[in-house]
Design a protein around this ligand. Sequence first.
Ligand code: KIV
Ligand code: ZN
Length: 523
Amino acid sequence: MSEKIFVFDTTLRDGEQCPGASMNLREKLEVARQLQRLNVDIIEAGFPVISDGDYESVERIATEVRGPIIAGLARCTPADIDAAGAAVKPAGDRARIHVFLATSKIHRDHKLKKVDEEVVRLAVEGVKRAKALVKDIEFSPEDASRTEPEFLAKVIQAAIEAGATTVNIPDTVGYAIPDQFAALIQYLKDNVRNIDDAIISVHCHDDLGLSVANSLAAIRAGARQVEGTINGIGERAGNVALEEVVMALKTRKDFYGGYHTDLNYQEIVKTSRLVSRMCGLTIARSKAIVGENAFAHGAGIHQDGILKHRETYEIMNPVDIGWGESELPLTKHSGRHAMVKRLEHLGYRLSDEEINRLFARFKEIGDKKKFVYDEDLAALIDDSFGSSGETWQLEYLHVTSGTSTVPTATVRVRKGDELLQDSAPGNGAVDAAMKAIDRILHQSGHLVEYLVESMSGGKDALGEVTVKCDFGGGRLVTGKGASTDVIDASARAYLNAVNRFRQQSKEPAKLPSQSENFEPATV
Ligand code: KIV
Ligand code: ZN
């Protein structure tokens, strides 16, 4: 009998902690809906106490997304636990509170400044407080892989006694080695008296590039839940890439025959693309499973082999995970209905007003290029709705540039009825356009990253520009813009980042990190 491995997705919580990857409410909802289609078992939707924005997104996801369990993260403090409990409540029976507390000696001594007994007490009180709000409780001893096994076993046993239904073993700093990590899971199975009353979960980071190997080793040793993110996004070197773990289990059935997941594998590529776009983090071409080259065979000898018998050089069928299922592209003759149908297929759900706005952009682009592909549509959505609320829109752009003239841009932007215009010189046409926007809006943005990608083939391809900007304070803000003209796309991307920055500045600042400034209060 094959045993189920529960898939816990933390793209919207741990993944979003990656610098420059923050998503707004609309984007988080799109990702959560796609995770529902992917059929993950648990969506960790955020860390509700951290800001009003995080609270609202967890609550909206708990209200709107049906199917998966919705989890909210909390430290072992009353404020955190109560905020998480309230935010996940709309999910009803599918609500989970995930409480965590550091247990390793280095964290106990230097961060918490607590003796062992106090750490156990805080963990127990945290779990009990959460249990009074919802029945499904996950407990994580942060930095578990560097915690003394005896102490880890003690905390876990106490957390299960207090009501934890899942105990997660995080390799917080990506320090574990597969054999050792598997031995730790085995140790807990042998030494925690009530371990069978909870599901063992693992949560691996990729600092040594071992997160997939560690997760798989832990599954063989007894873990039945695996936590990770789509595309492996996350702080530092990231979290384990879920698509890699699940495809290893599926592809190597000969070895992992005893386990299965309930994932809808056909949705993997679509989910990966959506997360990449929403976070503004491009996927390396050679990335396993979802990279552009993952199934591209350059060498003639390989191509010949594939044509004769696919399995000579392909261990997975790309079609099974959603590669190559593109449909006929739209053209300028396609109607609103056809565009809406395509959007639905791609997983987007827009309001009538947003569809009207997008349709106008679609027609504009359709006049300039023969086909509008799925990637083009997604790019138009990013640059049209990258930020929520009323935003500055590009109304007019004129640039003069060349080898014997000072590049100059004139830009007009609109927000509702407010119309503003200015001009500025720059080092190049893109720089001039950004400087003109800065002059209009009395700000000074610093461009940290700039990337142009072609959305489809051909000379008339839509170019998408992704920028990462710092408007002061060191926080990176991502913006995207799409157009058949690269300067136009750049100005749109910059304005998109400006809108996001202004939107984020309205929200109370996030805590520096989930762990810093931790003053454990008595629960
Ligand atoms: O890496 C970690 O330890 C975490 C915990 C909150 C589970 O993200
Ligand atoms: Zn983590």
